[in-house]
Design a protein around this ligand. Structure first.
Ligand code: ATP
Length: 507
């Protein structure tokens, strides 16, 4: 942040906002930027009043209106140049006091003409429209490995522990990426308490808990591999070919990190499974984002939530960010403005810009069942590297899925005629094949024996495949995918393994 902040201050931006829950670290960076630019820093909070950090002089004033009045005097001349840090002003702005908004606008004008600046610092910020164009957001990233290293050293010192081996230290710092300094400090301390040392598994576990508690992204164990997916040969091949793209040698080669993948298709056909297997294939950590949780909460929170997700993913990068059923999160952006005051549109716009411009290696895997709900800008080239369409599995793919599912449930595929089973379940998705097998296992278990083909065939008779219930939607999806998306499977019938765009219906 320091570089960006220094640039804005030098360029004479009068109003800046830093959104972070890491107050101490943000303040340290603001102080460092002021020192390097020889600006005089004052810090205000409603509890401490206004502190001149150079002289340590405190002026008592709890009311934000009062402090803005004081700034009139401080900003009266252009030398020395002052920076005033206002903590938690958003709590007062939430009540949209017209006097406060007006005073802020006045003071920003004076600051601009005399080369001073105010910086709003808080964990969220929703500005009234009158101030939206007056205040510039400064990005504040989560701590990098070097900053976390300082935190770790502090914990080791206070626990009177020797410095761990380089590999252990590196593992601990990598595991803590994505946490704030306080969260990392807690995780390191817990590791010391539990093991009297530093154990990256405890830190990873704590990170998973912390991110889950924060409610936006979740760390998912990347235990799935491409071999766990039946069919989808072209999609798997595409992923395999990119599996080394995040390595140091790929970087040295000059290969740009892949941006992401959109997988569109029929429910239950293995889209989520592929998202999980992507992380396994790439050897990267997997984060799952619930887009629904980004929206909602307090007004102004959605934007802050998205920013927080991006910060977490970028701190952990290289990583895979999986967004399941992305259309559910962004569908509101089409009608936005009339329904939610434009929030979905704004969040959607920020997400698209990030997808387009992101420099950190975050590979986004988005899955969608209903493309009609996705705004067209989303599908424009440049957002994702590729868009794949997953159709119903054909006979060969179903046989492969049977093999995988039977194995996954601890049985031997050789004990079943999976080709015959595959023929018997035309139009079934992978999810339905699994459900049928689980059903057969229940029946067999109730009778104290192993499942047999007859149990499976019996279970099939009780299943109406989704493809029959949703034939209209599926036809529309296939129609949409024609010429737009790449086929995920070559399908034995079409005889093509070229990954061409869809020109005919599969199955
Ligand atoms: P939805 O759109 O409803 O989320 P999806 O396309 O993401 O569905 P998954 O959640 O990946 O489907 O599939 C559900 C389960 O079905 C998987 O966990 C897996 O057990 C099984 N399955 C589906 N497709 C396949 C496949 N191609 N190979 C192996 N298993 C599969």
């Amino acid at each position: 942040m320091q570089n960006q902040l220094t640039t804005y201050l030098r360029a004479g931006y009068p109003g800046l906002a830093v959104i972070s829950s890491e107050e101490a670290r943000a303040e340290a960076e603001i102080a460092a930027a002021c020192t390097s630019l020889k600006r005089r820093l004052h810090a205000w909070s409603s509890t401490e009043g206004l502190v001149d950090t150079q002289e340590g002089r405190v002026t008592q004033c709890q009311d934000p209106l009062e402090v803005l009045q004081l700034l009139d005097g401080i900003f009266a001349t252009d030398s020395p140049r002052h920076v005033v840090l206002l903590r938690d002003l958003q709590l007062h702005l939430d009540q949209t006091d017209p006097m406060l908004v007006r005073r802020l606008k006045d003071i920003l004008r004076i600051a601009k003409s005399n080369g001073h600046a105010i910086i709003l610092l808080g964990c969220r910020l929703k500005l009234p429209p009158e101030l939206e164009h007056e205040i510039t957001h400064v990005d504040f990233s989560l701590p990098d490995a070097a900053q976390l290293g300082t935190v770790l050293d502090g914990i080791l010192k206070s626990a009177k522990l020797k410095a761990p081996h380089d590999a252990i230290r590196e593992g601990a710092l990598q595991s803590a990426l994505g946490l704030t300094t306080t969260e990392a400090e807690n995780a390191f301390a817990l590791s010391v308490v539990e093991t009297n040392g530093i154990d990256h598994r405890i830190i990873s576990r704590e990170k998973a808990h912390t991110l889950k508690r924060n409610g936006l992204v979740e760390v998912v164990a990347a235990t799935t591999s491409l071999n766990d997916i039946g069919g989808l040969d072209l999609l798997k091949e595409w992923l395999e070919r990119r599996s080394g793209a995040f390595s140091a040698s790929a970087k040295a080669y000059g290969l740009p990190a892949p941006k992401g993948l959109l997988i569109v298709g029929i429910p239950g056909t293995g889209k989520s499974l592929t998202a999980k297997a992507t992380a396994g294939a790439f050897g990267l950590p997997l984060l799952r984002l619930d887009m629904g949780c980004v929206f909602g909460g307090i007004v102004g929170q959605s934007e802050a939530n998205l920013r927080s997700v991006i910060q977490t993913a970028e701190a952990i990068a290289p990583c895979v960010l999986w967004i399941d059923e992305i259309e559910k999160g962004f569908s509101g952006s089409k009608s936005s403005g009339s329904t939610d005051g434009g929030t979905s549109s704004r969040v959607f716009g920020s997400f698209l810009s990030w997808m387009q411009e992101k420099e950190k290696p975050v590979f986004v895997v988005a899955t969608a069942n209903d493309v009609s709900k996705l705004p067209p800008e989303f599908l424009r080239k440049g957002r994702f590297d590729e868009m794949f369409f997953v159709d119903l599995p054909d006979a060969l793919e179903r046989a492969q899925i049977w093999d995988i599912i039977i194995k996954r449930h601890g049985r031997k595929p050789a004990d079943f005629d999976t080709v015959a089973l595959s023929r018997a379940c035309e139009q079934f998705t992978g999810a339905e094949i699994e459900a049928v097998f689980v059903d057969a296992m229940h029946e067999a278990y109730a009778e104290g024996r192993e499942p047999k083909a007859k149990d499976i065939l019996e279970a099939m008779t009780h299943t109406v495949p989704l493809a029959q219930l949703m034939d209209g939607q599926i036809a529309a999806l296939r129609h949409w995918a024609k010429g737009r998306a790449r086929e995920a499977a070559s399908h034995a019938k079409s005889g093509s393994r070229t990954g061409r765009r869809i020109s005919s219906q599969a199955n």
